[in-house]
Structure formats: structure tokens, C-alpha cells
Design a protein around this ligand. Structure first.
Ligand SMILES: NC(=O)CC[C@H](N)C(=O)O
Length: 238
């Protein structure tokens, strides 16, 4: 690969929680390692690029989700092909819900999803708004902010993390992992606040270890402080 291509799905419709920062973090962390980056924004109705190295879809309200729903179904086969080929897909909250198997609205309407993730979300009357600390399988703590009204069932898939404080999928688990792809409710944005996940996605896409460089060491100190501040406010340890 000469240029790392990051495909950003629906930046105009989905991304009200600052999720575009995830794309910025991926691009900057790659550039700081000397890698050329191209970010391609995809809008409903447009042609997809022939290939992608990382795919990102952000979050949004039901109106934004509806605005892209038909296009999500149109591009679903390509997304599943990329997932199966090991291309990391990062899907945040409402974007993740559309990439699951089904999204049920609070009124009981069922929207078919892209089935990139074997997960089903049902929106309810209660919104879950607040900070979250959760632990990855290896014990690493991640932190962020959730703002959704979903209860999410993982139909046999592995969660991204176990909840320490917050709601996440169901009060006990948060997010999902399928191969190299991740679905999560976390904003912050997720990747600037949890650089371990940013480098995990980049390492997979680049098939290379990514040692720290002075620029990543600097911003990672800010991220550590931000996660610590969240844990302190929630009264939990990282
Ligand atoms: N943060 C979001 O993307 C919200 C997604 C969805 N509209 C919900 O309320 O669950």
C-alpha cells in the first residue's frame, strides 16, 4: 500500500457526537509514522472507492440514520466483503446500529441493517447519556461518553469490553468485535481518547507494528489524563 485510504461514511449525516475526530486521529497517527493518508468521504448515492484500508461510520439521531439507511443497504455487500477481507470497520453508535442485523425504533418499526455485525439494537424510552469506563479483554481500560437509547444484543459475537461504569450494550458489556472490526457506543471521540484502539486499527490496516513517536507520546499523555478525569468523576479506577 502506498497510501492508507480511510473511507468515512456519511460524515454530513452521521457524526453529531464529534466522531469525525476518529478519522482525524487515524490520519494523523498514520502521518506521524511517515505514512501517506487519503480520506474519502462517502455520501448517499455516490460510488464507493474500489478499495479501502479502514472504514469509519459515525453516530446520529434516528433522522440521520433514516437519511442514509437505503444507501447503507445498497453498499452492505461491499462492507461485508471488506470485513471478511480483514479491513477494519469502526462503527459508532447509530452507525453501528445500521451495520447490525436490525434496528428497532421505539415505536416498534424494524429497519433492516447491513449485517456487518451480528448485533441487534432496540431503541427504548430511556436515553443513556453519560461517561463510561469499560475494560477490554486484556484488561486495558477504555473511557468515553455514551448518548443513545438502545439496548443492544450481540447475537453470539464477542463484546469489545466489559462495563465498569455506564450502560453500554446492556449494563454489562460494551460494543462488539468481529475480526478486525469494532462497533461501540463510545464517543469522546473514541480514538483520540483511547489511542490503544486507534493503533490497533492502524496496525491491522498497515500489517505492521506501530511504535510510539514523539507526536503520539505527546497526545497520548493528554488522552491518559482525559481517561483518568472520567474515571475520577465516576469514582472508579482505570
Ligand atoms: N449516539 C447515537 O448515535 C444515537 C443512536 C440512536 N439514535 C439512539 O438513540 O440509540
Amino acid at each position: 500500500m502506498t497510501v492508507l485510504r480511510i473511507l468515512h461514511l456519511y460524515p454530513a449525516e452521521l457524526g453529531i457526537n464529534g466522531d469525525a475526530g476518529n478519522v482525524l486521529a487515524l490520519a494523523e497517527r498514520a502521518r506521524w509514522r511517515g505514512i501517506d493518508v487519503e480520506t474519502v468521504a462517502h455520501a448517499p448515492g455516490a460510488e464507493l472507492p474500489p478499495s479501502a484500508d479502514i472504514v469509519h461510520i459515525g453516530s446520529g439521531p434516528l433522522s440521520g440514520q433514516r437519511a442514509v439507511h437505503q444507501d447503507v443497504l445498497r453498499i452492505a455487500p461491499r462492507l461485508r466483503e471488506w470485513r471478511d477481507a480483514g479491513v477494519p470497520i469502526l462503527a459508532i453508535a447509530g452507525g453501528w446500529q445500521l451495520l447490525g442485523t436490525e434496528l428497532e425504533t421505539a415505536e416498534g418499526e424494524v429497519l433492516a441493517g447491513a449485517a456487518v455485525f451480528p448485533t441487534r439494537a432496540a431503541l427504548g424510552p430511556k436515553r443513556h447519556v453519560g461517561e463510561v469506563v469499560a475494560r477490554l479483554a486484556d484488561g486495558t481500560a477504555i473511557a468515553g461518553f455514551e448518548n443513545h437509547s438502545a439496548r443492544t444484543v450481540l447475537e453470539g459475537a464477542e463484546p469489545l469490553a466489559r462495563i465498569v461504569s455506564g450502560t453500554g450494550n446492556d449494563g454489562s458489556t460494551e460494543g462488539v468485535v468481529v475480526g478486525a472490526s469494532i462497533g461501540t457506543h463510545l464517543h469522546g471521540p473514541l480514538l483520540p481518547m483511547n489511542p490503544v484502539l486507534a493503533d490497533r486499527l492502524l496496525s491491522t490496516a498497515l500489517r505492521a507494528e506501530l511504535p510510539p513517536v514523539p507526536q503520539t507520546e505527546r497526545v497520548d499523555r493528554y488522552a491518559t489524563n482525559a481517561r483518568r478525569a472520567i474515571a475520577d468523576r465516576l469514582g472508579v479506577s482505570l
